[in-house]
Design a protein around this ligand. Structure first.
Ligand code: GLA
Length: 386
């Protein structure tokens, strides 16, 4: 973890910790957000995704307590995160609920937790589709485990984080976000088989940069649309008589899809072709072929826009504007959709020079201010100090 911005956050939480508790924190943990290069909405179909952990994360500096209280000062939120580990009950969604949900899931799994106190700060923009909540969950898991010296197992605790989302927060999400936050590898994208949870690390093609383009729109109504898509995918899997759409190849789809309801067919076509694109993206990356990978990202966007219908005007605008710039291999919306961020693969030499023109044209077209930045592939959840 050498990134200057991340070092800065570690310094800020450490300084506040010292001020508050009169000594150095005994433990510091960090867990990253993510950007998905390709493989969108495939995770809950047991399919393939290709995200990378980013150099934006949640950092917690802490010391264990001898009692069962958790008390975290947040440098981002007005309210501290405080609760007792006994008799946990769900309350209205707030940052506290994520940490409480993690405590609940770990205790359900038999862990005997101790309380802790500390200071937390994050720089994953909230609601932008870069998985700030998975980052908070994985940082909380690492914090609780570090206090009791328990082993870290990325896939196991990614599943536990997903359980927090599904059962505690009531959000029906897949496994991608927690898995990449837990298992990210610096300088690499990670292909995840969302059925077996096997991972393969792959290098982003040399001399390219990954650009995140935040439309500054935040997704509305995303939960209901997300659940509706999940249901449509399950209906399609039933039609093909398979456990999940992951089991449907493009050939099988072409042979049988005629019989499907047109809307369900459209949704299934996105999943089936997107899974094939991720596998092809792997080949492109093994060959260091940026143009090929970029083409697949472009195709993914079209499929998400037209077949899966989870893009938005702002996302389409920023993707179209980006594609016109010199040195851009490909661009697409990333994450659940309906707002948030796009991602582009760009020639490393031209990347800095296209940021201002994209922002200007986007502002002219939409009246909105985009934030655009290059990201490095970062390490997954880790203990920085213990
Ligand atoms: C959200 C969910 C993920 C995944 C993506 C879409 O980020 O949390 O599980 O389904 O949307 O690819």
């Amino acid at each position: 973890m050498t990134d200057t911005q991340q070092t800065d956050i570690v310094q800020q939480v450490t300084e506040r910790f010292v001020k508050e508790f009169g000594e150095q924190p005994s433990i510091i943990v960090r867990a990253p957000g993510r950007v998905n290069l390709i493989g969108e909405h495939t995770d809950y179909n047991d399919g393939f995704v290709m995200p990378m952990a980013i150099n934006r994360s949640v950092v917690i500096a802490l010391r264990p307590r001898t009692d069962r209280h958790v008390n975290i000062i947040s440098l981002d939120f007005d309210q501290p995160i405080t609760f007792a580990l006994d008799g946990l009950t769900k309350e209205k969604a707030s940052p506290t609920e994520y940490v409480k949900g993690v405590a609940w899931a770990l205790q359900e799994d038999g862990y005997e937790l101790s309380g802790f106190e500390g200071v937390m700060k994050g720089d994953v923009p909230i609601g932008s589709g870069l998985s700030s909540s998975a980052a908070l969950e994985m940082a909380a898991v690492r914090a609780f485990l570090a206090c009791i010296d328990a082993d870290w197992q990325p896939a196991k605790f990614a599943l536990l984080g997903q359980k927090v989302e599904n059962k505690w927060m009531g959000v029906n999400s897949g496994i991608m976000d927690q898995m990449i936050s837990a298992a990210g590898v610096a300088d690499h994208a990670v292909m995840i088989d969302c059925r077996s949870l096997e991972i393969e690390t792959l290098r982003v093609p040399p001399r390219t940069a990954v650009l995140i383009l935040d439309t500054s729109t935040r997704r509305g109504l995303v939960d209901s649309a997300y659940n509706e898509r999940r249901q449509q995918c399950e209906d399609a899997a039933e039609f093909f008589d398979v456990p999940a759409l992951r089991d449907v190849t493009v050939e099988m789809f072409n042979e049988k899809a005629e019989g499907l309801d047109p809307l369900i067919r459209q949704r299934a076509r996105h999943i089936v072709t997107e899974n094939a694109r991720v596998l092809e993206a792997r080949d492109a990356m093994l060959k260091d072929d940026a143009a090929w990978l970029g083409r697949l990202m472009d195709e993914s966007h079209v499929s998400l826009r037209d077949d899966y219908e989870v893009s938005s005007e702002a996302l389409n605008a920023i993707v179209d504007i980006t594609r016109k710039q010199p040195g851009v291999y490909g661009a697409r919306m990333t994450g659940a959709g309906f707002g948030g961020c796009a991602v582009a693969l760009v020639d490393a030499e031209t990347v800095e020079s296209i940021v201002a023109p994209i922002a200007a044209e986007y502002k002219e077209q939409t009246g909105l201010d985009a934030s655009i930045y290059v990201t490095e592939a970062a390490e997954g959840a880790e203990i920085i100090k213990s």
